[in-house]
Design a binder for this molecule. Structure first.
Ligand SMILES: C[S@@+](CC[C@H](N)C(=O)[O-])C[C@H]1O[C@@H](n2cnc3c(N)ncnc32)[C@H](O)[C@@H]1O
Length: 230
């Protein structure tokens, strides 16, 4: 398959020079944004379904889009339960092509991750694995705060612990994500090129970017469970 998606362009030529100070500010400040009723109901519903499935080790697919990666992860990890979360009803409702029987160990829910992550931490729900696959890059210099590692919720993501994996087609996003995760966890955090054929892609965006010949990048970090609960 060939595709012609445009690579990310930015007025940043390297990691944003405000990143360290911004991450520190967010770590030192309580994030008090009110939770939405929709996110709360989605969280409670997903926890009930997870418990009905035996409270298996959890995998979170954050920003799952249409949920193809949620289903693929569920098939790959039958002894886990996978929750895919996205704010877009339109994406979640789109038909996903799947050959054969769908796995039963997954759920997709519509919620704002900014709320869902805080609810997880509040209820001490710690995922074993946590995927952030191709988050919106927000590539303009002044959009740093909209990238997950520049967002006030980032300390919550790190405090949830587990194995976190973030992938992007913008190297600077992943370099920043690794630096911010390292800053908060105290671990040396590296990132690598993610070299795959589009036929081996985990998500639709990964497939599109790989088929367009973009460089792909990934950061993986293994964190201990929350010792920074806020
Ligand atoms: C670029 S798409 C990637 C989708 C999918 N992971 C993939 O690789 O095909 C980013 C997704 O993140 C979702 N998203 C962005 N901000 C979100 C938020 N605050 N809460 C939930 N989902 C969010 C968007 O709706 C969108 O589906």
């Amino acid at each position: 398959m060939r595709s012609n998606s445009r690579p990310v362009t930015s007025n940043q030529t390297g990691p944003n020079e405000q990143l360290t100070a911004l991450v520190k500010k967010h770590a030192d400040t309580d994030f008090l944004k009110p939770l939405s009723d929709n996110s709360l109901s989605a969280f409670e519903y997903s926890m009930a379904v997870w418990r009905d499935h035996g409270s298996k080790p959890l995998i979170i697919d954050a920003g799952c889009g249409v949920g193809l990666s949620t289903r693929r992860l569920a098939a790959q990890y039958p002894d886990h339960f996978v929750i895919g979360i996205d704010q877009s009803a339109d994406r979640l409702e789109r038909a996903v092509q799947w050959d054969g029987k769908l796995p039963e160990n997954y759920l997709t829910v519509r919620a704002d991750l900014v709320d869902y992550w805080r609810l997880m931490l509040k209820h001490a729900i710690h995922p074993e694995q946590h995927y952030l696959l191709y988050p919106n890059p927000w590539p303009k210099k002044d959009q740093l705060i909209r990238r997950w590692h520049g967002h006030p919720v980032f300390p919550v993501i790190v405090a949830l612990g587990g194995r976190i994996e973030c992938r992007s087609n913008w190297e600077i996003y992943i370099a920043e994500f690794a630096a911010a995760a390292g800053q908060l966890s105290g671990q040396v955090t590296d990132y690598q090129a993610h070299i795959i054929d589009s036929s081996a892609a985990l998500t639709p965006f990964e497939e599109k970017y790989a088929a367009s010949g973009h460089g792909l990048w990934r950061c993986e970090i293994q964190l201990s469970a929350a010792d920074k609960a806020r």
